[in-house]
Each structure stands twice: as C-alpha cells, then as structure tokens.
Design a protein. Structure first.
Length: 254
C-alpha cells in the first residue's frame, strides 16, 4: 500500500475500533482530535462519536448513522470501517499514525506560508531559513510534543518542495494552502481556472473555503460565492476554522 492508502486505512481503523468498543476512546482521547483526519467522512463521524460518547450514549453503526443524518456517510461506509479494522486493540497504533500524518501536513502548511512569503518578498532561501526553523520548533513544541515526526524532517521536505517549484522566478504562483496539493501543483498561476469535482456532500465547499481563507491570509484578494450555503453559514464556518471552536456551537448558539 502507498502512504495515502496506509493513512486512509489507519483513519478508518480508528473509527472502526471505536464503533466496536466505545471504551477504547479513553486510550486516544487525550491527543486525537477530529481535525487530525484527512477523510472528511471519518472526521465528521469521529466528531459525532465523541459528542455522543460524552453524552454517555452507546454508539454503534446504527445509532451513529441516525445521529449524523448525513447522506454523504452511509451505513455501508460505517459497516466497512468496522469490518476492515484489523484489530481494535491496536487503536493506539492507528491513532498515532493519524496524528503523525497530521503533524507532517501541519508543518507543510506552515512552511507553505513561509514559501509564499519568500516568493513575495523576493528573498533567497537562506535568508529565511532561520525563521522557518524557529516556526517549526515552536509548532512542534506546542502542538506535537510526543510526535515521532521531527522538525528537521519537515524542514527537509519543505526545502525539496521549494526547490521543485523554484522554476517560477517571478513568484507569480499562489499556493492553495493544502500541503499535498501544493506539492503536486506548486500552486496556481494567473489565468488558470481550477475546478474541484466530487460527489455531493463530501466537502467540496469546505475545501474551497479553506483555500480562500489561506489565500486571504496571504494578502490575496479573494471572492467567495456559494449557491448552496447562505451568508451566515459561510461566516460561521470561517469563524470555526479561525477560532478552533466547533462549528455546531456557532449553529446552536447563534
């Protein structure tokens, strides 16, 4: 299996193990958060599971599906997570893989913003190296004190990423703020038109919103227009992303 497949299996095994034995949540609750998952289905399912578990509800495939009421997450999906979980007793191993992968993605995101600054200011890579390392050390010490991923590993990945995209001397490309997408495309050039395609309910609008947020934080002019989300929902999602407060709380207490 390739790396992406390994992470997907680890993420599904975490939620599968929890549905098999709810009490396993106590083994991962101190460090595993919904945002650590790359699969939006698993992310939403995990967040809902945690909410139900804290309300002392018994959570299984049927009760979770009823609570979710999400057409994008089916009973077949959840049954598959439990069926393909190799061994629920190994949940801490799966959770560690998920957390470490998030650490890499988080660091790549931090360094993508550094790359953007580097291109905009026209500095040479050595001029900003110390600042990049300092930001990595700060992020690792605060967010990932027990992660097996090191700052030096992320820094080397960033240098490789920057070197591969260095053929753009004008610095005209704008990064998406999504580490894997930036690594594959090196951003978007002026005049390009990008279409995000996927089935209904899997998170296209959220991805587009995160890209728009990242570009606005990079001081780019952004216009976000949605045919399906009203203005207050767009704002609540942005506030949730910026503040770290769960989205449902904005909806519940608005």
């Amino acid at each position: 299996m390739n790396k992406d497949t390994n992470i997907r299996v680890a993420e599904e095994s975490v939620i599968g193990a929890l549905l098999i034995n709810n009490e396993l949540y106590y083994k991962v609750c101190s460090y595993l958060r919904a945002e650590h998952f790359t699969d939006l289905k698993v992310q939403v399912a995990y967040e809902t599971f945690v909410s139900m578990f804290k309300q002392k509800k018994n959570v299984d495939v049927v009760s979770l599906a009823y609570e979710l009421q999400n057409p994008g997450i089916t009973l077949t999906d959840m049954a598959g997570w439990t069926a393909t979980c190799p061994n629920s007793a190994n949940i801490e191993t799966y959770a560690k893989q998920v957390k470490d992968d998030f650490a890499v993605r988080r660091m790549q995101s931090v360094l993508s913003s550094v790359t953007q600054e580097l291109k905009e200011r026209g500095k040479h890579i050595e001029e900003i190296e110390a600042d990049a390392i300092a930001k990595m050390q700060m992020t690792f010490s605060s967010d990932f004190p027990t992660s097996s991923v090191t700052a030096s590993q992320s820094y080397e990945a960033w240098k490789t990423h920057y070197a591969e995209g260095a053929e753009d001397p004008e610095g005209s490309r704008v990064l998406f703020g999504l580490a894997r997408l930036d690594h594959l495309t090196h951003g978007i050039k002026p005049g390009q038109f990008v279409v995000i395609g996927a089935r209904q309910g899997v998170g296209k609008s959220i991805v587009a919103m995160n890209i728009a947020k990242f570009m606005s934080q990079a001081k780019k002019k952004v216009l976000f227009y949605s045919l399906e989300m009203p203005e207050d929902q767009v704002m609540n999602r942005l506030l949730s992303s910026l503040s770290g407060i769960k989205y449902w709380k904005f909806e519940k207490y608005k």
